[in-house]
Design a protein around this ligand. Sequence first.
Ligand code: BG6
Length: 483
Amino acid sequence: KNVPSGFPRGFLWGGATAANQVEGAWNIAGKGISTAEVVKRSTNRKDFTMNQITKQSLTAAINDSSTTTYPKRRGVDFYHHYKEDIKLFAEMGFKAYRLSIAWTRIFPNGDEAEPNEQGLLFYDHAFETCCKYGIEPVVTISHYEMPLGLTLKNNGWAARETINEYTKFTKVLFERYRGIVKYWLTFNEINAAVWGFNGTGALDDDLPNDQKMQLRYQALHHQFIASALAVLQCHKLDPEAKIGCMLARMQTYAKTPAPLDVRAAQLQDQLNLFFTDVQVRGEYPNYMNRYFYDNGIELKFAADDEEILAKGKVDYLSFSYYMSTVTADDNNITKATGNFALGEANPYLTSSEWGWQIDPVGLRIALNELWDRYQIPLFIVENGLGAVDELTPDRKIHDDYRIDYLRKHIIQMKEAIQDGVELIGYTTWGPIDLISASTSEMAKRYGFIYVDQDDEGRGSLTRIRKDSFYWFKKVIASNGREV
Ligand code: BG6
């Protein structure tokens, strides 16, 4: 057999956003409040952790209408700029645009019997605009948010009842967008469930650590079931559509060749691949039984859960990739100063301004590993560099650092394709500047398109093409030959 010469024909080049990070318009056209809209902006950039919420701070947030303190309420006003923004994506030549649906536009509180027509109309128009330019929408059903009503009523995904609310929501989407949306994703970075509130919509701050993890893994189990049911529903309602899972892939390396470090890295890897093991293979892997036993976690399975998981296997695997990590045995640890880098500093890599270790070759490794393990189509649905951009007096943004980051990753993607990996697309994170998921800053920019707005929400919201805009346009036009 021949070695592929490069990116396949029909490769889905594009960009990805999430409703709560771009749309704004948080309280109009019948929309309810979402869990993302009660999370505060962090003011200390170096102290990176995924911002969480406590029972106490939730009450304060509900009674506060500020869009400065809670920036995901304002996003970058995509709700009113979507035509202009999608037109700019089309100008770059996008083949695909990954966006998410705000659950609260469709079911404001989560538990209504009927959907909110005004909310659906917004997505009708967004998809029509994509279609006009020949851009394939890739739709995340739930991206780091859910109706706050379901947090108050069910403690989010902690309760099994939330599965029914999600299934009601997905049915509306599959019926309405049959033949329009060909690529669905059930949950963004489903592994975020074990990180806390953003993933589960469950308040667990006052629980001791063991109970916290018990709650999160049970909430995750409910998401697995909801996801598998959505796969079955989608296959039935729109057999032409493809539906996938989405993992925040954390490629990790052993700190040294010492067998204990290698074993620690292997376990770390399993704890990341566990999520896709369930969603791609349709069952919990054995190594998790040991992990649950060691950590005193006992999951409640309903009678037909195993069957649902076995039947509801995904069609493709999508993932985000930003960085790699280093893992050491407990006795050999020196923590990285970076933030998301939940482990050791890698002396062979440089980091972003936010401490994320930049590792293009790690992407090739991740692609090969995922392909070897699962043999189903892979889709990179997030990758990019969060950086501070400077607007020059003549209103330009010379973001060569971003071009450099993306170029190196694209080169490694091509290597992986030549290694034999089936990769169907690449949507970079935040093609237009947006609100950061973790810290809700505006200053952490990923876009090819600059948005004139600062951390306090001041600015004209004008869109400006950065240098990377013209570069990415060439990459797409040449199907990855010119990088
Ligand atoms: C991913 C999320 O984890 O990383 C996105 O799916 C997020 O929602 C992206 O924006 C980058 O993270 P951050 O914190 O820099 O916005």
